[in-house]
Write a protein that binds this ligand. Structure first.
Ligand code: FES
Length: 81
């Protein structure tokens, strides 16, 4: 199973794989483990609002499973990449 990370400005995409064990991981943590840089200055405390994807979803406030329930095609859009 794969997730696509797409840069809004560049149009560039990266693909990362996941398995069932990753589903309970906080999305911010999962993406960092996969080498995807997600902006953050509060380190996942839900304060800085910099870890945003899809315009207003905070990666520190959802698991990978919750993300996939909201975005079944698994595409993440970020302002940078
Ligand atoms: S990492 Fe700061 S709000 Fe998510």
């Amino acid at each position: 199973m794969q997730i696509e990370i797409k840069g809004k400005a560049s149009g560039r995409s990266e693909f990362i794989s996941y398995d069932d064990l990753d589903l309970t991981e906080v999305l911010l943590t999962f993406l960092r483990k996969k080498g995807i840089t997600i902006a953050s200055s509060c380190d996942g405390e839900g304060v800085c609002k910099k870890c945003v994807i899809q315009n207003d979803w905070l990666t520190c406030e959802m698991t990978l499973k919750e993300f996939l329930q909201r975005q079944p095609n698994g595409q993440i859009t970020v302002g940078y990449l």
